[in-house]
Design a protein around this ligand. Structure first.
Ligand code: ZN
Length: 135
């Protein structure tokens, strides 16, 4: 038995904790990750001085929700919490897909290298005409 096997399975414990203790850590970690998204969004909004939702917000939402869903499934008769987290990963994942599609479709200015919205015709940084996006 190597040290990693010892950490995972010795005496039926996970990292030295009982299953309930381990799942409590998962639940609190999920709470911490889920809450931290508000700090990320608030910081991004204050930095840009306009309401902003960065991709990290959706990643934290997704990871926090999945951890909380694991914890809820662990609870005996935790159907209220299971239902609360069972479907919320769908819009988080969809927002990430849309975000990365938009990011990949951005135009790069040949003049200065600034990245612009796919719908932009001129670079907002230097005014150079941007190439027409290929479908
Ligand atoms: Zn430019």
């Amino acid at each position: 038995m190597d040290s990693s096997t010892h950490l995972l399975a010795a005496d039926g414990k996970i990292f030295g904790m009982t299953w309930d203790g381990f799942m409590t850590v998962i639940g609190w970690t999920g709470n911490g990750v889920f809450f931290s998204r508000f700090l990320v969004q608030w910081h991004a909004t204050e930095k840009r001085k306009q309401v902003t939702i960065p991709a990290l917000f959706w990643w934290l939402s997704l990871v926090g929700t999945l951890l909380l869903l694991c914890y809820a499934i662990h609870l005996d008769r935790g159907w209220v919490f299971i239902f609360a987290y069972a479907f919320s990963w769908i819009p988080y994942t969809r927002n990430l897909v849309i975000h990365y599609r938009h990011k990949n479709a951005e135009k790069t200015c040949a003049g200065c290298g600034e990245r612009s919205s796919p719908k932009a015709n001129y670079c907002p940084n230097c005014g150079e005409k941007l190439a027409v996006a290929r479908p």
